[in-house]
Design a protein around this ligand. Structure first.
Ligand SMILES: [Zn+2]
Length: 94
């Protein structure tokens, strides 16, 4: 099987990577940096941005907004909606 990677160009993968779509504020030109995998921008223009998450980075005051509780709340809402629909159907038929 023939490889498409040229061993004489070790940076080929970097050169072939999709380019950053951000415009530089200083030059008003396209960044041209390699975009981070799964993002349309490079590491300097906001890819993987935002606050870190996980148990080590939470502002734990109470447990009311944890992912576990939110999922439970969502499930409960769906059950309530189902119950409401069932009650509505049973009263309208009878
Ligand atoms: Zn960029």
């Amino acid at each position: 099987m023939k490889s498409t990677v040229n061993p004489m160009r070790p940076a080929q993968r970097l050169a072939d990577a999709p380019r950053c779509k951000a415009t530089a504020k200083t030059t008003r030109c396209r960044c041209k940096g390699p975009a981070v995998k799964g993002w349309s921008v490079c590491r300097m223009h906001g890819a993987r941005g935002g606050a870190p998450f996980g148990p080590a980075n939470g502002r734990w005051r109470h447990g009311n907004r944890t992912g576990e509780v939110e999922a439970m709340r969502r499930e409960l809402c769906e059950l309530m909606a189902d119950a409401r629909l069932t009650a509505k159907r049973s009263t309208s038929v009878g």
